[in-house]
Ligand binder design. Structure first.
Ligand code: ZN
Ligand code: ZN
Length: 223
């Protein structure tokens, strides 16, 4: 898909998330894409999934809690700090535009995992403006094209990590707007989780993020 089509899809994500969050029973809206059978897709045509739950999923809760405790300790957003460090070091950056950075994280769970993070601090994807969505469509389309070229069209997943539904409630936390920073995580399905990963929650990654980023930078990503 070209950037124009990706932009339409991102706008649909945004509008659906906003609409679903009007239901106060919904705590979290998860947007993801499964492409290819190794990514768990049972449908042959390209599609995304949107799943709303009355609880915050455990993995997302762990990430939100981690960001919150970092904020309580440093009084800064961990993702803003990560971005600053990634741009300073540079060796894990795949694409940098006016508004986004795509990079391989320092400690990935999977080889060639990469994140797309907006430069402007915002806790929720659905608050992204038109210019931001436009820029993101180019970064996402280009990054996926690079991944497909570099890794011979692998199955992959991506997940939009956004804030939980912000309808005020009893256990609502008040630093959410400051402590969380939305982003997209992309994982090509190159290897299956084995017993050690399943048993420990630790992940063995055979490719360094620096090598992965260099490989993806060198692969063509014109969209
Ligand atoms: Zn931030
Ligand atoms: Zn995340």
């Amino acid at each position: 898909m070209g950037a124009g089509q990706v932009k339409n899809i991102l706008e649909i994500y945004k509008h659906r998330v906003i609409e679903i969050q009007k239901d106060a029973r919904i705590r979290y809206v998860l947007v993801c894409k499964n492409s290819g059978s190794a990514a768990g897709s049972g449908i042959t045509h390209q599609h995304s999934e949107i799943i709303a739950t009355p609880v915050i999923p455990l993995r997302m809760k762990a990430e939100l809690d981690g960001a919150k405790s970092y904020y309580a300790y440093k009084e800064r957003c961990i993702y803003c700090d990560i971005l600053e460090e990634e741009l300073r070091v540079g060796s894990r950056v795949i694409i940098e535009t006016e508004r986004f950075v795509a990079f391989c994280p320092y400690a990935p769970k999977f080889p060639f995992e990469f994140w797309i993070v907006p430069k402007e601090h915002r806790c929720a994807f659905e608050d992204a403006g038109l210019d931001e969505i436009d820029d993101l469509s180019h970064v996402l389309a280009s990054a996926i094209k690079r991944m497909r070229t570099a890794l011979n069209n692998p199955s992959y997943n991506y997940v939009v990590h956004t804030a939980p539904n912000r309808i005020p409630r009893r256990d609502h936390w008040h630093t959410l707007g400051d402590d969380f920073h939305w982003h997209i995580e992309v994982v090509p399905r190159l290897q299956r989780a084995a017993g050690f990963e399943w048993g420990s929650g630790f992940y063995v990654v055979p490719t360094s993020p620096e090598d992965a980023a260099e490989f993806l930078r060198r692969s063509g990503g014109d969209v």
